[in-house]
Design a protein around this ligand. Structure first.
Ligand SMILES: Nc1ncnc2c1ncn2[C@@H]1O[C@H](COP(=O)(O)OP(=O)(O)OP(=O)(O)O)[C@@H](O)[C@H]1O
Ligand SMILES: [Mg+2]
Length: 251
């Protein structure tokens, strides 16, 4: 099977990218899929779930700034089948490399020598920076988490334009798997306000994620929702989302 590389992207902050990336990666690993979770965000929230980013010697910073092989940065997690390509705040220093002609291709090149994975899940920062561009250039698919209460039409337009130009110029195989609506407080908001707008831009997954304290608690406990609260509504919703995504990707 060809590796599915899924960029979890939305340039707005707090939309549920990191939560979705983490739980998607754990869900895949628990299904026996060999998975690499790539933290493309200098905020390093994903990395922080597994270790203290400040103590890591080799991270994506070294891959981006010094051409270190990705293999040197990847660490095995305590979860069977799950590996992490960690980030740390110093990654922000290389953001200015956007002027370099090779800049958009660093992640794609680095992933070529990382070994065989069934899935690579990339958590993106809340910007259309060179890091998001790297993710979209490397990816086979995009998933767009969109927060139910605060989504923005301007944001959707910008993201769609960026995806389309990367598809046209650099990565013709890139496909938008769809948008997943997160942090839903009331279903009526979803059906009346969110769906009609978001679906003008992207296919919207039928599965969506409701707001619940279990998610924030799981981050504090540094666990996936499956390990922190396996019986929670959100654990079931993330499983439904995973199954819907897999059937769409025929994986
Ligand atoms: N389903 C949910 N229910 C309740 N809280 C949630 C849910 N999903 C995410 N959150 C919370 O919302 C906040 C933002 O989520 P998250 O970090 O996943 O978003 P993000 O898009 O990665 O943010 P950033 O743009 O800063 O990287 C976090 O505090 C998280 O705990
Ligand atoms: Mg995040």
């Amino acid at each position: 099977m060809k590796t599915r590389i899924i960029a979890i992207t939305n340039q707005k902050g707090g939309e549920g990218k990191t939560t979705t990336a983490i739980n998607l990666a754990f869900g895949l690993a628990k299904k026996g899929k060999k998975t690499l979770l790539v933290d493309m965000d200098p905020q390093a929230n994903t990395t922080g779930l597994f270790s203290n980013p400040d103590t890591l010697e080799v991270t994506l910073y070294n891959v981006f700034s010094q051409g270190r092989p990705m293999k040197d940065a990847v660490i095995q997690t305590d979860e069977p089948n799950l590996w992490l390509a960690p980030s740390k705040i110093t990654l922000a220093e290389v953001e200015s490399m956007g002027q370099n002609v090779d800049a958009p291709y660093i992640l794609r090149d680095a992933l070529q020598s990382v070994g065989e994975y069934d899935f690579i899940i990339i958590d993106c920062p809340p910007s259309l920076s060179i890091f998001t561009i790297n993710a979209l250039v490397a990816a086979t698919h995009v998933v767009v988490p969109a927060q139910a209460e605060k989504f923005s039409i301007d944001g959707m337009t910008g993201l769609q334009t960026t995806i389309n130009s990367i598809k046209r110029r650099i990565n013709p195989e890139l496909q938008v798997a769809g948008a997943v609506v997160t942090q839903i407080k009331a279903k009526t908001v979803l059906t009346k306000t969110i769906l009609p707008v978001v679906s003008q831009f992207f296919h919207v997954f039928e599965s969506n994620i409701s707001a619940g304290v279990a998610i924030g608690e799981s981050h504090l406990a540094r666990k996936s929702i499956y390990d922190y609260a396996p019986d929670s509504k959100q654990a079931k919703e993330y499983t439904d989302f995973l199954e819907e995504l897999l059937s769409e990707l025929k994986a």
